[in-house]
Write a protein that binds this ligand. Structure first.
Ligand code: 6CS
Length: 348
């Protein structure tokens, strides 16, 4: 959606209320509306999270608060959603670092390849316990994003129109990535031509062969139909898709203590819910992709992954160059904690 259009739609949507939480109704009981934006389509992981958030908030506020969900591209592109959230035009949003790191480079920490644990349970433990997380949240708060939750949507897989088993195979391949500069650098380091473009244009881009490959979690590859227009699905487990539930500090501070407590009680429940949901839906959708007979699935061997791991090492410096001392400390702590958790749980 172009900027002019976006703002016209927004004007329509928000003309009745300037703040993210507006009141409706005239009688004794005023109803409050919270606008909730996310980056994905109906049926996605972010949508399941938003629907569960809506259900719990409406139930626990005894219907006093109504949550309105805005999905991908309904009132703008993801960068618009980031801007609306920072300005408090949305009450809550789900945004991933591929979006927020264009403004807050520290959030790219999750997109350092071969950093996050491969096992879902280890990754979940890392997000729940690492001291790096509150440090990262502090940085976000300075940029008008209050992070309430970081959650996992599954590992990122590649689809391509030719088999990719080594960085050599990426030569001449235009791979669509999100706009975040670190993601772009990661694929340049593998010899590919990273080509950022909006999520909603990827299917057509692949179909028209404007791009040769893309990277996303399995559930997204299925629901966006990317597997229909690609020949190979490559599982390298190089990184994971971590998203955040955010609000704006001003909106948060405007809530009374009881409402804040209600949200803070709901968030860990949502985190558990979405962790189980992502495991289920990613497996189910991998099965759909596999049984379609449309695409060959290649799971890289440990040796093949090691070659990519090696090629990804210099990109850590790209991350370090984009952040200050605090960002460097966040990477150090996250890496150390990930290694410790992997080692501790290795026999489980
Ligand atoms: O690739 C993207 O741009 C998107 N991928 C997912 C799975 N969620 C939102 C994001 O915009």
């Amino acid at each position: 959606m172009n900027k002019k259009c976006t703002y016209l739609v927004l004007l329509l949507v928000f003309v009745m209320a300037i703040a993210s939480g507006c009141s409706t109704g005239t009688n004794e009981e005023e109803q409050i509306v919270w606008r909730f934006g996310h980056e994905e389509i109906r049926g996605s992981i972010q949508d399941a999270y938003a629907i569960e958030f809506k259900r719990l908030v409406e139930e626990r506020s005894d219907g006093k608060i109504l949550v309105e969900i805005y999905r991908a591209d309904e009132i703008g592109g993801v960068m618009d959603y980031l801007e609306f959230q920072q300005k408090g035009l949305l009450a809550f949003s789900i945004l991933n670092p591929g979006t927020t790191a264009t403004n807050i480079p520290e959030n790219n920490v999750f997109y350092n390849h071969f950093l996050l644990p491969e096992k879902d349970d280890d990754l979940q433990e890392l997000l729940a316990t690492s001291e790096a997380i509150p440090m990262l949240n502090k940085i976000n708060e300075k940029e008008d994003l209050k992070v309430l939750d970081w959650f996992y949507e599954g590992f990122n897989a590649w689809t391509a129109n030719k088999p990719i088993r080594s960085p050599q195979d990426f030569r001449g391949i235009s791979i669509r990535t999100m706009a975040s500069p670190l993601i772009v650098s990661s694929y340049s380091a593998y010899n590919a031509n990273p080509t950022p473009m909006p999520y909603s244009e990827v299917y057509t881009g692949l179909q028209l062969k404007q791009i040769d490959a893309q990277v996303n979690p399995l559930f997204a590859i299925e629901e966006m139909n990317f597997y229909e227009v690609q020949d190979y699905l490559i599982l390298a487990k190089q990184d994971g898709f971590v998203a955040s539930l955010v609000t704006s500090p001003d909106f948060w501070d405007s809530l009374d203590e009881e409402t804040q407590e209600m949200v803070l009680e709901i968030v860990p429940e949502l985190n558990d819910f979405v962790f189980d949901f992502q495991a289920k839906i990613n497996q189910e959708r991998l099965d759909i992709i596999a049984s379609s007979g449309n695409i060959e699935i290649i799971e890289l061997t440990d040796e093949e992954r090691d070659v990519f791991r090696e090629a990804s090492i210099p990109v850590r410096q790209v991350f370090l160059n984009s952040v200050g001392e605090e960002g460097a400390e966040i990477l150090r702590i996250l890496d150390e904690d990930a290694q410790r958790i992997i080692e501790k749980n290795k026999d489980q």
